[in-house]
Design a protein around this ligand. Structure first.
Ligand SMILES: Nc1nc2c(ncn2[C@@H]2O[C@H](COP(=O)(O)OP(=O)(O)O)[C@@H](O)[C@H]2O)c(=O)[nH]1
Ligand SMILES: [Mg+2]
Ligand SMILES: [Zn+2]
Length: 285
């Protein structure tokens, strides 16, 4: 039978099947020796001595290390319109890191109530480029988000103070209560107890904040970066040279598209900044 792992505490697994039945399960010893099961894993389980036992991990579409989550569908990149000040440089770096690991980026702009209309220059730029942008203010959350989170595994990312916890709490008031209880319960001996969990929010699953916020590009080469800019995908193989980095090469269709306004110059300039830093091997921010 098939199920998904939604919670792991030490060697105790909570799995949920497609009819939303939850089981407490153990894993076969051989699984714990090799590539251990992580939350988000789709697994095959059997009942052995009336105990649900995970026998096999199904192939993963991706795998985050920090936190350990498999099969992440999308990342909600959270950035405030103000306080802290909106930064497209930061949003775009997060987009590149997320896309590089095959996770779909979604942009969520919080604290719209603190901003003037100039934020719409960015909002329109991202929307025109094909990115989904969700807006949040003190009292309201774009209804679209319910539909977006449903049936998916989502991680939230973004610098501290932008409103990630506030947003999750708005979507599901139980969320904060639950996470606070867990951190209290794990306060003692937390270094020895492994705990990870996907939380149910809007009919989907939301994982812990991943470590993208360190903005570490050291594992990416220039082509990984180029291929992580969704804005350029339309121009794949259009440039004169296949290995075009859209920098100063002759016959570059991306640069042409930037000049005539088809590709966002904001994204392009943020791309160039990261590209240069990789080329200079000054890879950390
Ligand atoms: N005005 C306003 N304040 C917000 C909004 N969202 C969050 N905040 C405030 O921003 C601060 C940081 O929020 P928090 O959720 O802890 O951010 P996190 O570090 O990303 O989890 C808190 O004081 C929140 O009350 C919003 O949409 N509008
Ligand atoms: Mg928080
Ligand atoms: Zn090019």
């Amino acid at each position: 039978m098939k199920a998904k792992i939604v919670k792991i505490i030490s060697n105790q697994y909570t799995i949920v099947d497609k009819d939303n039945n939850r089981y407490e399960a153990v894993a076969m010893g051989k699984l714990r020796l090799g590539d251990s099961p992580v939350v988000g894993d789709n697994v095959i389980f059997e009942f052995r001595d009336s105990k649900a036992t995970i026998e096999k991990i199904l192939p993963r579409k991706n795998h985050l290390i920090r936190p350990l989550i498999a099969n992440v569908d999308q990342a909600l990149i959270v950035m405030s319109a103000k306080n802290p000040e909106f930064s497209s440089a930061l949003v775009d770096r997060l987009i590149f890191l997320v896309v590089n690991v095959n996770i779909e980026p979604l942009i969520c702009i919080t604290k719209m109530d603190l901003s003037d209309d100039s934020i719409y220059d960015y909002i329109n730029d991202y929307r025109k480029s094909g990115y989904t942008v969700i807006l949040v203010d003190k009292d309201n959350v774009d209804h679209e988000l319910d539909e977006i989170l449903k049936d998916k595994i989502t991680v939230l990312t973004g610098q501290s103070g932008v409103g990630k916890s506030t947003l999750l709490n708005k979507l599901n008031p139980e969320f904060n209560l639950k996470t606070q209880e867990i951190s209290k319960a794990l306060g003692r001996g937390k270094h020895t107890t492994r705990h990870s969990e996907l939380h149910e929010v809007c009919g989907g699953l939301v994982g812990d904040t991943p470590g993208f916020s360190s903005l570490d590009f050291s594992h990416m080469d220039v082509y990984d970066l180029r291929n992580s800019v969704l804005d350029f995908r339309k121009y794949i193989n259009a440039c004169r040279f296949n290995d075009c980095l859209h920098q100063n090469e002759p016959g570059c269709k991306v640069k042409e598209a930037v000049d005539n306004g088809e590709v966002s110059s904001i994204r392009y300039n943020n791309y160039l900044d990261v590209l240069k830093s990789i080329q200079e091997r000054r890879v950390k921010y």
